[in-house]
Write a new protein. Sequence first.
Length: 281
Amino acid sequence: MTDLFDFAPPPPLYAVMGNPVDHSLSPQIHGMFARQFDMALDYRRVHVDVGGFKQAVDSFRAAGGQGVNVTIPFKIDAWELADRRTERTEAAGAANTLWFKDNLIHADNTDGAGLVRDITANIAFDVAGRRVLIVGAGGAVRGVLGPLLGETPAALAIANRSVDKAEALAQLFAGRARVETTGFEALKGRSFDLVVNGTSASLKGELPPLPQGLFSRGALAYDMMYSREGTPFLHWAAEHGAAQCADGLGMLVEQAAESFYVWHGKRPDTAPVIEKLKWSA
């Protein structure tokens, strides 16, 4: 006879926090990862008002939450909130993964690892010795700059509307490598082998003010955002000389796999998850 009071404990509670967040595929991704290991997992989307990140995290912890993925525009807020940060998070000045242990908030940044793995392993594009342009200088770019520099490109430039913001970001890595900063107008007449759009313009259906002739022969255009219809940046890139175009779906899955490993100590297989999401309706 089953003991009526022998209840199974609720599954561990995790979430992705952002604004907007309704579009996030993170619950599906982490759900698929958990099924690979026959794990029970409660993973939710949490919309957070601007200025309300700390309150949202405190409420989530009080409800029994064990970890949070962080998306636009709260990655710098997450970094500031953390009591303990991994080395790559400290270098980036932004965090996308939080977990709660010993009454402390721990932080990591898996964005860069996810981007590099998607570009080098999934797309099979070698960054070493290439000319790289990153568009944007916000929290998303903070997380990927260090890992991209770790792939030893020949040159790396950051283009942003506010050059001062790009320069401040470049200073975080001044001791590691030379990072060029520039406005969009100064890009005219230049070409790159890899152009990464790290702005949130694609979420608004917009395009950064990029000049023509930006892509060298065989260049890869990569948008850190993702869309089933393709992003404005990738449509523009395909029409203006990019040999390959890729959105951030692979990066999303790869950075999620890294977060999953940080939280659970298990590394999921990303290939079937990317394929399922790519072809799902």
